[in-house]
Every structure is written in C-alpha cells, then in structure tokens.
Design a protein around this ligand. Structure first.
Ligand SMILES: CC(C)(COP(=O)(O)OP(=O)(O)OC[C@H]1O[C@@H](n2cnc3c(N)ncnc32)[C@H](O)[C@@H]1OP(=O)(O)O)[C@@H](O)C(=O)NCCC(=O)NCCS
Length: 199
C-alpha cells in the first residue's frame, strides 16, 4: 500500500462499466438481490450465521453505512447486467483481516455463475484500485477447495504467496502487484458521463 496516498473507492461517483456489466454503489432498494447473494449458503458457504431476510437487511444497512464513511482502500460495488439492470453480484476491496493489505472479494448469485462475470467485474475493480485508489498490491485468501474462485484468481494474474489456516479452514494466499495485472484496456465508453469509465 502506498500509505497516505491510498484513497477509498468513491463508489458514489465512480460507476464503472465493462462490456456486459455496470459496477455501482449498493442501494437500499437492492435488498432482494443482496439477499440472493449474501443469504445463499452456496455463495457464502463459510460461517454459521443466519440466512434470514432480516439478517440480509442488517448486512445491507452496514454496507450502505460503510459506503457513506469510506476508509482508505475500501469500496464495495453492486454488479449489474448492463442489458437488464439486474444486480447479480458484489465485488469489493477492503482492508484484510488475515494480513497487512487490501483484499479483493467477489460474490455472485448462484444463477449467475459460469458466465465469466466474476472475472470481468474483478478486472474492473482491480484497475480502479490500482489506477485511482493508488494501491500497489492487492491480496486474496481462497479456501483450498474453492475451485471456481481459484480459477478466477488465476485468470486475474494473482500469484500464490503462501498457505495458511484462515477462518478455520486451509487457505491459499495470493497477491497481485501494480503493473502485473491484465487490464483489458479500459476507456471511457461512448455515452458514459463524468466518473464513469468502461473497463
Ligand atoms: C467464485 C465465483 C465468484 C465465480 O463466479 P463466476 O462468475 O462463475 O466466475 P467466472 O465465470 O468468471 O470464472 C469461473 C471459472 O471457474 C471455472 N469453473 C467452474 N466450475 C469449476 C469447478 N467445479 N472446478 C474448477 N473450475 C471451475 C469456470 O470454467 C471458469 O473458468 P474458465 O473461464 O477458465 O472456464 C462464484 O462461484 C461465487 O460467487 N462463489 C461463492 C462465493 C465465493 O466463493 N467467493 C470467493 C471467496 S474467496
């Protein structure tokens, strides 16, 4: 991390667009989609917390409060299909709790798996993290049995640094350094205004 130069992701003004996706702030009207992602034990398969709509409501409220009080390196985007506007997932950067650094996270509704959406959305938030937030390294922790996520992290160009137990399970730890990620060449899309960028 570049210390004092690291900014929070300004999710309110930095809506990002990729070929098929829009990354934008979560909103209180996204509860159903948020619950489809964070209330599904196939998606959030670790932990033994409640899967109720009430719990998702509390989690979304916490996410919205985080958006309003950004911390350095922190940002969470709802990922929506450009074709329909439907929210299908989440990508975030956040201070890691297992090591010093900013961690990449991605979580998609089960119905949206297998279309390359996680990789496409993660590339956008990585570009944003390196180019705009000012990060020079982004890390990730993936459970050794999470084959899909391991495939995504490999496609993004992360390299494994070590293995360790994390949250009660063996994990592979990864890092991606500024300059070594595959960007896909972003540019401002025709018709996108202000802080919106196509990645
Ligand atoms: C991990 C996750 C985000 C992937 O989303 P996705 O949109 O399906 O990911 P992508 O389509 O971009 O890429 C998935 C890759 O895994 C591959 N894959 C799918 N099933 C697989 C399996 N059982 N074993 C190995 N690879 C698999 C796909 O073929 C694809 O690779 P390819 O492009 O080389 O073909 C999604 O499964 C998810 O939300 N999982 C639960 C939450 C989670 O685990 N988050 C990460 C925590 S570290």
């Amino acid at each position: 991390m570049k210390g004092a130069n690291v900014r929070a992701l300004d999710v309110t003004t930095a809506a990002l667009a990729t070929r098929r996706l829009t990354l934008r702030p979560w909103s209180s009207s996204d509860l159903t989609a948020f619950h489809d992602v964070f209330g599904d034990p196939r998606v959030i398969y670790w932990g033994s917390f409640s899967r109720s709509l009430e719990e998702s409501t509390r989690r979304l409220e916490r996410a919205l409060a985080e958006q309003d009080l950004p911390r350095p390196g922190l940002g969470r985007f709802a990922v929506a299909l450009r074709s329909t506007g439907a929210v299908i997932g989440n990508v975030n950067l956040r201070p890691a709790n297992f090591a010093e650094g900013i961690e990449l996270g991605y979580h998609f509704a089960h119905a949206a798996w297998g279309h390359g959406y996680a990789t496409e959305a993660a590339r956008a938030i990585l570009d944003y993290g390196f180019d705009v937030v000012g990060l020079d390294r982004i890390i990730a922790a993936i459970e050794v049995n999470n084959a899909r996520s391991l495939r995504v992290i490999a496609k993004l160009g992360f390299v494994q640094t070590y293995e360790a137990d994390h949250a009660g399970a063996p994990h592979r730890m990864f890092e991606l350094r500024l300059g070594s990620h595959a960007t896909g060449g972003h540019h401002v899309a025709p018709g996108l205004q202000g802080g919106e960028r196509e990645v």
